[in-house]
Design a protein around this ligand. Structure first.
Ligand SMILES: [Zn+2]
Length: 235
């Protein structure tokens, strides 16, 4: 049943053979629910879709896992997964320039700026399972500073992709170097990886620390130590 529905979606035809009207949802593919579905205001539009090709893949995966994608609890799962994955990988469709959006300011100071405990959520590229944790970021300006909220958004830009923690850490550092051309940048991330916690070695309490040092933080041990002393927690 559900497979037929999906194929009909892809062909752009509803089950009764009438051409659908499409609105400009994701990929221009969100069909307007049929009239009968709106009679009960609480009814879920049975044919609502977000990204039909992706939803079809999720449905196939559910079958492959031994599930019945037509049972009540799973009916809208392909749709939900499509939306969730689109959000969780939204970093691919954004640029650094869009995120920063000109929020740079002239500044005289040359003191270290530190933003600690920036939460992030990413997915490992090996298992497509979440890893999450905190990023601590420091930089020493050279004429330019950036709004603090933008730093968190830069972390999201790179976290919302399939990642390895080390690359995420380095990309955030390199992005800040590119934008600010500062005297130095330091990024430390601490993360727990579901692929380690739920499977494999099942080390629930381990976390992985990764660091990327650029400029003054790389060259000057006391600068690096000052930063590490300010961001390292006792757990
Ligand atoms: Zn993994």
């Amino acid at each position: 049943m559900a497979i037929e529905t999906t194929i009909q979606h892809l062909n752009g035809h509803s089950p009764n053979g009438v051409d659908k009207v499409y609105t400009n949802g994701k990929n221009g593919s969100r069909p307007i629910p049929p009239a009968e579905a709106t009679e009960n205001p609480y009814a879920i539009p049975p044919e609502e879709s977000y990204d039909p090709a992706f939803e079809s893949l999720v449905e196939q995966m559910l079958r492959r896992l031994g599930e019945d994608p037509t049972r009540d609890g799973l009916k809208r799962t392909p749709l939900r997964v499509a939306k969730a994955m689109d959000f969780l990988t939204s970093g691919y469709s954004q640029s650094l320039a869009e995120v920063v959006n000109g929020a740079l300011f002239e500044a005289e100071g040359q003191e270290m700026v530190i933003v600690r405990d920036i939460e992030f959520y990413s997915q490992c590229e090996h298992h497509m399972l979440p890893f999450f944790g905190k990023a601590h970021i420091g930089y020493i300006p050279k004429g330019k500073i950036i709004g603090l909220s933008k730093i968190a958004r830069i972390v999201d830009l790179f976290a919302r992709r399939l990642q390895v923690q080390e690359r995420l850490t380095g990309q955030v550092a390199d992005a800040l170097v590119e934008i600010l051309q500062p005297q130095g940048v330091a990024v430390v991330t601490e993360a727990s990886h579901f692929c380690m916690m739920m499977r494999g070695v099942q080390k629930q309490n381990s976390f992985t620390v990764s660091s990327a040092m650029r400029g003054a933080f790389k060259e000057n041990a006391s600068t690096r130590q000052e930063f590490m002393g300010l961001v390292t927690h006792s757990r």
